[in-house]
Design a protein around this ligand. Structure first.
Ligand code: BES
Ligand code: MN
Ligand code: ZN
Length: 489
């Protein structure tokens, strides 16, 4: 998809659909008024009749018989000055309403947004248009992708064009990265295996000179002492993979940001087998991995001047004669022994060795992303990603990046008191706490392997995919991560 910021004159702008805001009192913005005038008051007549719903973000599509604008999409705003949350709603609703056209132009920039500039508006409009245009078609016999190919963000003033273009560029990167993550997430477990992820990572490196990919196989991981990772991998006939994508777009010697993604391509629970209900959704248990893939794609595509390493811990969690059993004790790469009390708490087992491996890249920060716990869904639902960090500055930066993009996180505690739940009678620690604070104790487990660097953990169990009629991967937290990484430079 192609995005541009452009100073347009709506009376001359050739577009399949112009997106225009209307406030609660049926007042149009400047470009809306211009179209209304040119069409002998057609828009105001329709508004007077009450054809546009009064609820915020209601839309009304109006075909235009004359002029350069083929259609107008009216979108209901509360006022002509709105807050960020409302602007996001308007951006999302209007984007969804135009995906059936090849092209559209948004004039929502004529609204003013409290505490946000043109740069932010352009970013939000682009991100939402990019997200709306995505559709999973790969496994359909008769695939018809959404037609939307070109999206223009109107800029009212030439002086704002530069900043708007920056916003478009960021929004575009975030949408691209999110959609890559969604595609990988939506792929079923029989296609998206650990080997599939490894070959995708290698293919990406082939296309980009500054990116190298290395893949560690089971044998190599075994020899490096990754007993925790291997305890999960060994139950499956699918070979596991520890994938590292190293992008050197920044200055040599600048310490990289390291992202680590949980890549359980299917989580049956292992011997601690999950119930059958909705087990299909455990194909999404690699959404952390998918998100770091999405971030990497976006960074190399835009040739971002940053050093970033993405590590994917890919394995399938299966019950079998070779699978780990409750009570088994394994030794992690860090040397700590772990009693596996529940084989369904496999994410932390693959991640703890991946976190130890991450230290080899001498990172400035390490951020892991994982669909780690059902408990996080109970705590936060699907609106917020659970955020944990061992450094306050990192936590604040990630929270701020989430607020800016609307891909929000909420900080949770890593207090000492919670660590006691992981005490084992037989090993250095056990892989589950009790029923209480399940997301926190999982994060506490990981934190014990992230002592050598600044670290954050994003539990995306609730935010990574939608269930029900709109079942599908969301691409979160790609927007948050890209905002964080690109803000830093
Ligand atoms: N992948 C799941 C977490 C999950 C469950 C995410 C449901 C989203 C929806 C993870 O591997 C898991 O099974 N965790 C267990 C941990 C428990 C055994 C301590 C859980 O949350 O039930
Ligand atoms: Mn599990
Ligand atoms: Zn899992």
């Amino acid at each position: 998809m192609q995005f541009t910021a452009k100073v347009t004159d709506i009376s001359k702008q050739r577009t399949a659909c112009a997106i225009l805001a209307v406030d609660a009192k049926n007042k149009l913005t400047d470009s809306g008024n211009a179209i209304d005038k040119a069409s002998n008051g057609a828009l105001s007549k329709l508004l007077k009749r009450g054809d546009l719903g009064s609820a915020t973000a209601s839309t009304l599509l109006i075909p235009m018989l004359e002029g350069s604008v083929e259609r107008v999409l009216l979108v209901r705003a509360s006022k002509n000055s709105v807050n960020q949350a409302e602007f996001r709603k308007l951006a999302s609703a209007s984007a969804k309403a135009v995906t059936g056209f090849k092209e559209a132009t948004s004039y929502l920039t004529e609204l003013s947004v409290i505490e946000a500039d043109t740069d932010w508006q352009a970013q939000q409009l682009t991100l939402n248009a990019g997200l709306a245009s995505y559709k999973f078609t790969r496994c359909l016999s008769d695939a018809k992708p959404n037609p939307l190919e070109k999206f223009t963000v109107h800029v009212a003033d030439k002086k704002l064009l530069n900043t708007a273009q920056k916003g478009v560029e960021l929004g575009n990167a975030q949408a691209l990265g999110s959609n890559i993550a969604r595609e990988l997430g939506n792929l079923p477990g029989n296609i998206c295996t650990p080997s599939y992820l490894a070959s995708e990572a290698k293919a990406l490196a082939k296309k980009h000179a500054k990116l190298t990919t290395t893949v560690l196989d089971n044998k190599k991981m075994e020899s490096m002492g990754m007993g925790a990772f291997m305890s999960v991998a060994k139950g499956s006939d699918e070979p596991a993979a520890l994938i590292a994508m190293n992008y050197k777009g920044g200055k040599t010697g600048d310490k990289p940001i390291v992202l680590v993604g949980k890549g359980i391509t299917f989580d049956t629970g292992g011997i601690s087998l999950k119930p059958g209900m909705a087990m299909d959704e455990m194909k999404f248990d690699m959404c952390g991995a998918a998100s770091v893939f999405g971030v990497m794609h976006a960074l190399v595509e835009m040739q971002a001047p940053v050093n970033v390493v993405c590590i994917v811990a890919a394995a399938e969690n299966m019950p079998s004669g070779r699978a780990s059993k409750p009570g088994d004790i394994v030794t992690s790469m860090a040397g700590k022994t772990i009693e596996i009390l529940n084989t369904d708490a496999e994410g932390r087992l693959v991640l703890c060795d991946a976190l130890t491996y991450a230290g080899k890249f001498k990172p400035s920060v390490v951020i892991d992303v994982a669909t780690l716990t059902g408990a996080c869904v109970i705590a936060l639902g699907n609106h917020a990603t659970g955020l944990y960090a061992n450094q306050d500055k990192l936590a604040q930066d990630l929270l701020a990046a989430g607020e800016t993009t609307g891909d929000r996180a909420w900080q949770m505690p890593l207090w000492d008191e919670y660590h006691t739940a992981l005490k084992s009678n037989f090993a250095d620690l056990q892989n589950i706490g009790g029923r209480e604070a399940g997301s926190v104790t999982a994060a506490c487990f990981l934190s014990q392997f992230a002592t050598e660097y600044n670290w954050a953990h994003l539990d995306i169990a609730g935010s990574a995919w939608n269930s029900g009629a709109a079942k599908g991967a969301t691409g979160r937290p790609v927007p948050l991560l890209l905002q964080y990484i690109l803000n830093k430079k």
